[in-house]
Design a protein around this ligand. Structure first.
Ligand SMILES: Nc1ncnc2c1ncn2[C@@H]1O[C@H](COP(=O)(O)OP(=O)(O)O)[C@@H](O)[C@H]1O
Ligand SMILES: N[C@@H](CCC(=O)OP(=O)(O)O)C(=O)O
Length: 378
């Protein structure tokens, strides 16, 4: 409980309005790395109970590549992109067929949603994904999300689903994010070492000091614990508390029992536009600011004016997301720029009065403060 008497720990899961649950490949596969249908049924049963208790659920499920292994006659999980794409093309349909059957046993309808990174990093597509998911939830379905692996390329793919799940939690404004995996939480050292202990709660970055987390996962999963901690940092920084727990404990996790590692929200929940700008937007270029402008936007919470811009890098259009950096190259903010990279240089250093004089009375800010989010202090 927090000091106001509100529920702030893992017990809030029991009465949550909406949760995003992610399950990794390692929890859905057998020893040979192929899909284990009983694992799919187990998670569907637990989520159906959660729905019956009044919580809306969005499931982010890995397992498409694993589900393609047996039908394609492969000996193990493919390593190259083309065969992973092919395996996912075969496996995704089979995976969702298992979910459809398992949720139907509880009278629930499943909706498959396949996202690419572009769907959450471009603002128009982010809003589009948001609208679709809201409608699917309003209609009572259980959205089952995965990356669109069959067409994802190495350059743009998430690869692991942990970061995708954190961004989906933003998109649907979830009360909490639950990351289910094959280990029962975050340990202070590798869980295979007898000296390692599970952390029950992480309240701030200080609690992670000295914790040894590796990207080496279970063999079938991608990213290991590193991508889960990164996802927890992204979600909690946006006001969404996160639980990392063992898939075997899913029912206990969703009813708020003391399982897994609970990451407290570290920041209040910002407006969606700022969330997207801070965590999801792919920037198209960079503005270089003088010291006065850096101070004005970070400490003064002011708009960025042309007078403080001394350089521009990259090619972008008006309205694109850009980084705002100090002359020393430290990125201090992200924002939506009001001018293209071609229009900007002739405005460098001009005051509002000079802008009005030279540009037909138009003196709009380079980045309005409503379109700006500070990501680092000087
Ligand atoms: N400090 C740690 N605490 C817990 N697990 C860890 C830690 N460091 C590395 N791991 C590994 O991370 C693995 C989970 O990651 P991964 O295989 O990618 O799972 P998933 O398929 O669920 O995404 C665990 O099996 C564990 O071996
Ligand atoms: N999108 C891929 C997930 C890749 C993966 O292994 O992710 P994870 O198990 O969450 O680390 C799939 O469905 O196979």
């Amino acid at each position: 409980m927090d000091e106001l008497g509100g529920v702030s720990g893992r017990e809030l899961l029991a009465g949550a309005r909406r949760v995003v649950v992610k399950i990794g490949s390692s929890s859905l596969t057998d020893d040979a790395g192929a899909l284990d249908p009983t694992a799919v049924t187990a998670v569907a049963d637990a989520l159906a109970a959660c729905r019956t208790a009044g919580t809306q659920v969005v499931l982010v499920s890995s397992g498409a590549i694993a589900a393609g292994i047996t039908p394609l006659g492969l000996a193990s999980r493919p390593r190259d992109l083309a065969t992973q794409q092919a395996a996912a093309g075969v496996g995704q349909g089979l995976l969702v067929a298992h979910y459809t059957r398992a949720f139907a046993a509880h009278g629930l309808t499943v909706a498959q949603v396949l996202l690419t990174a572009e769907d959450v990093i471009r603002r128009g597509q982010y809003k589009n994904a948001q609208r679709a998911l809201e409608r699917l939830l309003a209609l009572g379905t259980v959205p089952v999300i995965n990356e669109n692996d069959a067409v994802a390329t190495d350059e743009i793919r998430f690869g692991d689903n942990d970061r995708l799940a954190a961004l989906v939690a933003h998109v649907v404004q979830a009360d909490a994010l639950v990351l289910l995996t094959d280990v029962d939480g975050l340990y202070d050292g590798h869980p295979s070492l007898p000296t390692s202990r599970r952390l029950s709660r992480v309240s701030s970055a200080a609690d992670l000091e000295g914790v040894v987390v590796t990207g080496r996962g279970s063999g079938v999963g991608t990213g290991g614990m590193t991508t889960k901690v990164d996802a927890a940092v992204t979600a909690t920084g946006a006001g969404i508390p996160t639980l990392v727990a063992g898939a075997a404990d899913v029912s206990r996790a969703l009813t708020g029992e003391d399982v897994g590692t609970w990451f407290d929200a570290t920041h209040p929940r910002p407006r969606t536009r700022r969330l997207w700008l801070a965590h999801a937007a792919a920037t198209r270029g960079r503005l270089v600011l003088d010291d006065g402008a850096v101070r004005a936007i970070t400490d003064g919470k002011r708009s960025l004016l042309a007078a403080g811009v001394v350089g521009v890098e990259g090619a972008f259009e008006a309205g694109d997301p850009v980084e705002l950096a100090s002359a020393a190259g430290v990125v201090v903010a992200r924002g939506l720029v009001a001018y293209s990279s071609e229009e900007l240089p002739e405005r460098f250093g001009l005051t509002s009065a000079q802008l009005r004089e030279e540009f037909d009375g138009r003196d709009r800010a380079v980045v309005h403060r409503d379109d700006l989010v500070v990501v680092a202090r000087r």
